[in-house]
Design a binder for this molecule. Structure first.
Ligand code: NCD
Length: 349
């Protein structure tokens, strides 16, 4: 595509999938709509296979040899614990050597270097860029710049501003599949700050890939799910309901996806004026949940899941965060065209 950035960025995601693909697979991973059902199923199977392989030293060594000649840059301009560490661990699983820039004060951006130049500089030294940025659409801009340059390298979006967090949505789907058997036909309840949370935006879009899924959005009035996502769900025929009554949604939930209030985005302290009490879990609400239900959270959590509930086996948040490492390792293996080699691996007899 030779369009200017202004023209390109105005194109809806679904119409520019090809620009971020190469050789029949994802090259850059930027937004949730790049994942179709077939790819999600393949990545989940690949993640399962990789975690099985690494149970033995020989399998671990095999995976670590696959990208031992490659390097990755982790470029994170916003705080991160899990997303950073799980991507780094995913790189380690495949033998990629990693470098990091987390504090922009140490980057030449403070000397006035443009983001485009910074990104192109990373590409001079590494074979993969994994980036989290406070600006919406910045990861896409980076991929757009590199794909038009003589030395493109893949870009993975590890969270961009308030808009997208596609690899979180991938690990969420992987977790749902592991704990519920399938995502088809399930009732997923998303709770909290749905307006400003990028995880629920990306996850809602992935739900369009599954049959018979129902969504409930339980949020305070001020933080309801944004209209663009509701429109998307309508177009994809995913039934949803918005409610401020969490209790009513819990009794037939298959998964409850809790989120924290994103008060760092407050313009004039609006979070402080919202009663978040009705959108927290406690023992009484846990009692409303069926035995089969799982409780998830992208983390970090605050008081919406009190730590005193953690011994309840339905709360899978720490297993979910570990799944992120495997889902991201599978994604990187896919991007580098290693899927078949990984799946073909059998332990030496
Ligand atoms: C989320 C994020 O950064 O969007 N965290 C994460 O990546 N696991 C959610 C949050 O910060 O609330």
């Amino acid at each position: 595509m030779n369009a200017s950035w202004e023209t390109f960025t105005a194109v809806p995601p679904a119409d520019k999938l090809d620009f971020f693909r190469k050789d029949g697979r994802l090259y850059d991973c930027l937004f949730a709509q790049q994942f179709d059902r077939a790819l999600l199923d393949r990545l989940c199977a690949l993640a399962d296979h990789m975690r099985l392989i690494t149970k033995e030293r020989a399998g671990d060594d095999f995976l670590r040899g696959l990208l031992a000649d490659k390097r990755a840059m982790l470029y994170f301009s916003q705080p991160s614990t899990r997303t950073f560490l799980s991507h780094m661990s995913a790189c380690h699983i495949l033998g990629l050597r990693v470098m990091e820039t987390r504090d922009l004060k140490t980057s030449s951006e403070v000397k006035g270097e443009s983001l485009d130049d910074t990104i192109r500089t990373f590409a001079s030294y590494v074979d993969l860029i994994i980036m989290r940025h406070h600006g919406a659409g910045v990861a896409e801009r980076a991929a757009w710049v590199l794909n038009r340059s003589p030395r493109p390298v893949p870009v993975i979006n590890a969270g961009s501003g308030p808009d997208e967090h596609p690899t979180q949505a991938l690990l969420d789907v992987y977790s749902l599949q592991r704990y519920l058997g399938t995502v088809d036909g399930k009732h997923i309840v998303m709770v909290g700050d749905l307006k400003r949370g990028r995880t629920v935006r990306s996850l809602s879009q992935l739900m369009g890939n599954y049959k018979g899924v129902r969504l409930s959005f339980a949020a305070p009035d001020a933080f309801r799910m944004a209209p663009d996502i509701l429109e998307f769900l309508k177009r994809r025929g995913v039934p949803y309901r918005e409610t401020s009554d969490l209790d009513s949604a819990l009794s037939d939930a298959d998964a409850v996806y809790m989120t924290r209030i994103q008060d760092e985005h407050d313009k004039d302290g609006e979070s402080g004026r919202v009663d978040t009490g009705p959108f927290k879990l406690d023992r009484a609400r846990m009692a409303l949940l069926p035995e089969r239900t799982v409780v998830m959270h992208p983390l970090p959590r605050r008081e919406e899941i009190p730590a005193e509930l953690d011994d309840d086996p339905r709360i899978v948040i720490f297993r979910q965060e570990r799944n992120g490492m495997w889902a991201r390792a599978a994604l990187i293996a896919h991007i580098f065209g290693l899927e078949e080699r990984v799946l073909a691996y059998r332990r030496p007899s």
